[in-house]
Design a protein around this ligand. Structure first.
Ligand SMILES: [Zn+2]
Length: 274
């Protein structure tokens, strides 16, 4: 059985030349960089949903400078803890593949040959992910309607992406492991203080999730120093505040030349019940 499944009829798919086809004849093209487009046209709300090319480039540039490397290191250790050799890992909402590729390399270097899959709704992000992690398999698709077969993944990871409990539960094997990363209360507080008159703390929700048992909870805290206006703006473009910033705040943002800010994350690891 293939890991990818048809997003229209849910049947499994097989590869034919540079496309995937399901038994009902739905076909999906493979892009030059190797990813598959598994987002049905009728499910698209806009022509190119998800992060646009500027946002994807901003994130790649920022992450490639290693500002979040402390998170990547801890994430690798947490995912590795319960990962079976040769297992299948799905990165749901993989973005441009910084963490996907980092975890893949770490598992392989630890002797746990893994099969890694990534799904994101932004084709610009997935294109970069496919180029970054050539051994991985990537698809443009919705995490609310994952183009992934039932009970085929040993593990899922999801960083800063919407939580889709039912879908994550469906594609995980029995007792499969799910690792989530969320921003902690004071993540980027100094960035917010520099821009907003009344900065809010991030809301951290209850960790109990239906269908899963919490196995581990780790926090990652560090301080980063952004020394160019470009890095500061790239970081801001990665945040949810980017969408709701007025002109006054934007001017404050553009006037910043250096910024020291704390980064703070929570890594939560769950096991699927039953
Ligand atoms: Zn189909």
């Amino acid at each position: 059985m293939s890991v990818w499944s048809c997003p229209i009829c849910k049947e499994s798919v097989h590869q034919e030349a540079r496309m995937l086809r399901c038994i009902n004849g739905h076909t999906f093209d493979m892009a030059k960089s190797g990813y598959i487009n598994l987002l049905p046209v009728q499910k698209k709300k806009t022509k190119n949903p998800g992060d646009n090319i500027q946002m994807v480039r901003a994130r790649r540039s920022f992450l490639d400078k290693g500002y979040y490397s402390t998170l990547l290191e801890k994430l690798c250790q947490v995912v590795k803890n319960s990962f079976p050799a040769g297992g299948i890992l799905l990165d749901a909402g993989c973005g441009e593949g910084y963490y996907t590729s980092g975890v893949f390399n770490y598992l392989n270097d630890s002797g746990l040959a893994s099969n890694i899959y990534g799904v994101d709704i932004s084709k610009y992000a997935v294109d970069i992910a496919a180029k970054r992690c050539k051994q991985g398999k990537f698809a443009v698709g919705s995490i609310f309607n994952l183009p992934v077969s039932d009970k085929c993944c040993n593990a899922i990871m999801s960083l800063f992406a919407p939580y889709c409990g039912e879908e994550f539960n469906r594609v995980l094997k029995p007792n499969g492991i799910m690792t989530l990363v969320i921003p902690n209360e004071r993540h980027l507080i100094e960035l917010k203080q520099a821009i907003y008159d009344k900065p809010y703390l991030n809301e951290v929700k209850d960790t109990e999730l239906e269908g899963f048992c919490l196995k581990a909870k780790e926090t990652v805290d560090a301080e980063i120093v952004l020394s160019t206006p470009e890095d500061i703006q790239n970081l801001f473009a990665m945040t949810p505040y980017y969408y709701k910033t007025g002109r006054k705040e934007q001017e404050k943002l553009f006037s910043l030349t250096e910024l020291k800010t704390q980064i703070s994350f929570i890594i939560l690891q769950y096991q699927k019940k039953g």
